[in-house]
Design a protein around this ligand. Sequence first.
Ligand SMILES: Nc1ncnc2c1ncn2[C@@H]1O[C@H](COP(=O)(O)OP(=O)(O)OP(=O)(O)O)[C@@H](O)[C@H]1O
Length: 260
Amino acid sequence: MADPVIQASDLSLTFQTGDGPVHALKDVNLTVDKGDFVSFIGPSGCGKTTFLRAIAALEHPTSGTLSVNGMSADEARKARAYGYVFQAAGLYPWRTIGGNIRLPLEIMGYGRADMYDRVKNVLELVELAGFEKKYPWQLSGGMQQRASIARALAFDADLLLMDEPFGALDEIVRDRLNEELLALWARTEKTIAFVTHSIPEAVYLSTKIVVMSPRPGRITDVIDSPLPRERPLDIRDTPEFIEIAHRVRDGLRAGHGDAV
Ligand SMILES: Nc1ncnc2c1ncn2[C@@H]1O[C@H](COP(=O)(O)OP(=O)(O)OP(=O)(O)O)[C@@H](O)[C@H]1O
């Protein structure tokens, strides 16, 4: 059996607020294996971001256990076990694309030659070779988001955490980036945990789809996708794809999801 990269057992996380406790996650049980592409889908407030942040040790569970690469989330963070991609590309406008990707490496004290090699490699991986000396404003929104993925890949961690990375992009760009992300996942054999509001995006990308519902944030369904790993975009027209999309929609309804 493959080693689990993420293992959550009876995980709960409650925020204490001025208006009382907010149960962002309640009794979450989930195993993500090496090489999985797992998507988290559910209405606003169901705890998707909180779960990703807990994996990254940016939030700490109130109860239950969570392991990342066989370590505690805090240890995994210290071991740089993951790269994190946020909804907005978050590139510094005064730094070149290469300079943005180098920044976390500079902070961690990587040697100069190693840094330049890594920047070159990750820019090739996201098909931005040659853009190293450009500034973020010289790139389209989709290219900026690819640059932010490159930055997350620079440590060469096995796990990539992506919080709605394509949510702000138009559908045509999103389709292309979805295809590119699958190709990158196949090339690098990384494990990817991906938050989305889009049913087609979740079904197209994932080997495992985690459907969540709010108040309290919990998992209502986990779907292991029967689709092959290699997926042309027109797989979205097949009966198998449509069937999984229906199941996701049913799961969202069962959790009383509002519009997603
Ligand atoms: N730091 C915090 N303090 C208090 N409450 C919080 C905090 N962070 C999140 N919450 C609450 O926890 C719940 C889950 O939030 P979370 O951001 O994880 O949801 P989400 O599913 O990612 O939503 P969205 O799709 O809108 O990003 C929400 O009710 C939110 O208001």
